[in-house]
Each structure stands twice: as structure tokens, then as C-alpha cells.
Design a protein around this ligand. Structure first.
Ligand code: KG4
Ligand code: ZN
Length: 361
């Protein structure tokens, strides 16, 4: 059987990702340009600046991707591109580039929902083990959701965050802690820095945060309380030990361990609700078999959090999976793989040539 190749384009936030994946799930090329270095200087993403950087890099990223895969543009089967959700200015760069390319090559253009791509990514590496439907915990810098995944375009939302996303909380708290002034964390995102710092704790139980939404028996999340409690605890500590304005509190490792435990407990608490919900006999979602659990999105990079989630799932007889770390965070591979899933699902119907209809939504 002839192999098909899907080109995936991701520009929803601050990473320019372009990749080629074939229909068997083999990654033929993966180009990822991070903007972290620029945005760290300003303490966050400035959307017009992010747009400029995507614009400046997208053509060369595409050329490098083709070279890496040793393919000619005509050999591509389809172009997949993130159309939502994301920063509109950033999304536009990818969508315009993809439209132009698809029209020039006369190839189908496949729109991709970014969070769906996170959810389906683990299937690329575990196609046999993760069949539809499965339960998915999506935790990233912009989202936190529990969903039942029935196929591309067929997700049922069980619950989501009422305020901040966990990655966003990590990034803001990391910034407030000033972890970025430590040379080893300079170019790391907040979540990764906090994960590393937590391992340096000498008294991991020194900080304790209340469990959010403890009384609610649903699948929603809230991270604003943990964030505000964190800001308060950091300020109290800075005052007590007279931390200079460009310094980091001395026991930041202990603090990060407490924070990580709080986020982890909340994610587990809600995932437990979702598993129990799926196992209710009247739901008939999964028959008698425990659902397979997938954790995905940038926060799934966190080994401690994932180990806790996997442990919880195992208590209910659920197998759990996450994508390889390089595919947990935003990248072009997950967009290309979503395109492959679309092609595999309905081979003809999803071949879209009405390029102007594909837009950011
Ligand atoms: O999925 P992603 O790359 O982008 C979004 O779609 O948001 O997720 C980025 C988020 C960031 O907020 C970052 O703090 C978090 O993922 N993150 C982590 C880790 N690595 C990245 N959070 C916890 N532990 C990590 N190791
Ligand atoms: Zn993402």
C-alpha cells in the first residue's frame, strides 16, 4: 500500500511547529522553533511580537521540514493546520500559510482543533492500546479539561477549569518566585522549573495548600485559589527573610514541592470523579471495562503528576498513557497526526478543497 504523508502546521501560541507524519504514524520530519527566549525577556507573550516571529520563521521551517523528510511538496497528501483555539494573530500566520500552500499544490486542507490534537497524539505511538472511546485529561498552559474522546471531532466534555489552567498557574507562580533569574531555569517554562526545583526540597511538607472545589462532586477544576495562596505565601516568606527585589526565597524547593503536590492532588481528585462517572453502569460508555486514560498537554511532561494520575487510574483497573515528552508540549507532529486521523476516519469526505472556508474560529 502506498504511504501518505500529512504536513502539520502549528502556530497557535508561541511555538512555530511544522512536521510530516505518514499514515502509519511514523514521524518523517519535525521542526520546532520556540519563542521562549524572546518572551522570557518581557515576562510573557506579546501577541503582535509572537505573530512577527511566526511570520519570520514559517517559510524556512517548512523548507527544513521537507528537506528533513526528503520529500518534494507534490508528494504530500494533505496539509493540516491548527485553526483554534489560540491567539488569533498567531493562528492567522499558520492558517494563511497553509491555505496558500494547499491551493498552490492543490492538496486538501484539514482544519485541526489544537486541544483535540493533544488528545489524539498518544494514539500515534500506541495505536493498538488506545482505541475509541477513551478518557482524556488535557492539562496545558491554556486549558484543563476532562473529555471522552470518540474520534476526531467527536469529544464529550466532562468538565473544565473555571478559571486558570494548571500550566498557566505554574508559569505565573514561577515568574513571581523569580525562578527565571536562576541561570539553570532561564529558558525553562514555569512548570518545568517548578518540577525540577521541587526535587531540591529539604522539607517537602513545609507548604500545604487547601484542595480546590473539595465539596463539589463534578469534573471541574480551579487553580486560581492555589495561585493566589502561592502569591501570598511567597510574599510572606520574602518579608520574613528580607529577600532582595531581584532574589529568590531561600526555601523555593520546599515551596515548589508543596505547590506540585497541591496541583497533583486536585488533578487526581477530578480524574477520579471522571473515572467513576465513566464506570457508572447506566452510562454505557465503556461497557464493563474500565476506560483507558490518556493524559496530554504540556503539564503531562511532569513525571510526578503523571505518576500520580497513572497510579490512581490503576486502582480502577484503567491503563494509562501519555505521549512521549517531545510530543506532550505544542508541536507540529500532533497537528499532522490529527490530519492522519481525519484521513483514516473518512477517506473522501474530509478531503477539503474549499480553502477559503478554513479560517480561524
Ligand atoms: O501544551 P502546551 O505546550 O501549550 C499549550 O497549549 O498551552 O503547554 C504549555 C504549558 C506551560 O504552561 C508549562 O508551564 C507547562 O505546559 N509545562 C509543565 C511542564 N512542562 C511544561 N508543567 C508541569 N511540569 C512540566 N514538566
Ligand atoms: Zn497546547
Amino acid at each position: 500500500r502506498r504511504l501518505s504523508y500529512v504536513l502539520g502546521i502549528e502556530t497557535s501560541c508561541d511555538d512555530t511547529g511544522i512536521a510530516i507524519v505518514d499514515t502509519t504514524g511514523r514521524v518523517r520530519a519535525n521542526v520546532l522553533e520556540s519563542q521562549q527566549e524572546f518572551h522570557t525577556r518581557y515576562g510573557g507573550i506579546i501577541p503582535p511580537r509572537a505573530q512577527d516571529l511566526h511570520r519570520a520563521r514559517i517559510e524556512s521551517a517548512y523548507q527544513r521540514c521537507l528537506a528533513e523528510a526528503q520529500l518534494k511538496p507534490e508528494q504530500l497528501t494533505a496539509i493540516a493546520v491548527t485553526t483554534r483555539p489560540g491567539l488569533p494573530l498567531s493562528l492567522l500566520v499558520g492558517v494563511r500559510f497553509a491555505r496558500h500552500l494547499a491551493r498552490r499544490l492543490q492538496k486538501p486542507l484539514l482544519p485541526v482543533h489544537h486541544m483535540e490534537a493533544h488528545a489524539l497524539q498518544a494514539r500515534m505511538e500506541h495505536p493498538q492500546q488506545i482505541g475509541f472511546p477513551f478518557l482524556c485529561l488535557l492539562a496545558s498552559g491554556g486549558h484543563c479539561q476532562l473529555v471522552v474522546v470518540n474520534g476526531p471531532g467527536r469529544l464529550t466534555l466532562l468538565g473544565q477549569t473555571l478559571d486558570d489552567a494548571p500550566g498557566e498557574a505554574f508559569d505565573k507562580i514561577g515568574r513571581r518566585l523569580r525562578l527565571h533569574i536562576l541561570p539553570e531555569y532561564r529558558l525553562w517554562n514555569g512548570g518545568r522549573a517548578i518540577e525540577h526545583a521541587a526535587q531540591l526540597a529539604s522539607d517537602p511538607l513545609a507548604y500545604e495548600f487547601p484542595l480546590p472545589l473539595a465539596q463539589q462532586r463534578n469534573c471541574n477544576f480551579s487553580f486560581a485559589g492555589i495561585k493566589n495562596n502561592s502569591f501570598r505565601a511567597i510574599r510572606a516568606r520574602e518579608r520574613a527573610e528580607r529577600t532582595p527585589p531581584d532574589g529568590v526565597i531561600s526555601n523555593y524547593g520546599d515551596f515548589c514541592a508543596g505547590l506540585l503536590r497541591a496541583v497533583s492532588r486536585h488533578l487526581m481528585h477530578r480524574t477520579q470523579r471522571a473515572i467513576e462517572y465513566c464506570l457508572q453502569p447506566q452510562m454505557r460508555l465503556f461497557g464493563d471495562t474500565p476506560p483507558t486514560l490518556v493524559m496530554s498537554g504540556g503539564v503531562a511532561n511532569n513525571d510526578a503528576i503523571y505518576a500520580n494520575i497513572a497510579h490512581l487510574a490503576a486502582q480502577y483497573g484503567c491503563r494509562s498513557f501519555r505521549p512521549s515528552k517531545r510530543y506532550c508540549s505544542d508541536n507540529g507532529v500532533m497537528i499532522a497526526w490529527h490530519g492522519v486521523e481525519q484521513l483514516l476516519q473518512d477517506k473522501e469526505a474530509s478531503l477539503r478543497f474549499d480553502y477559503d472556508r478554513i479560517d480561524i474560529q
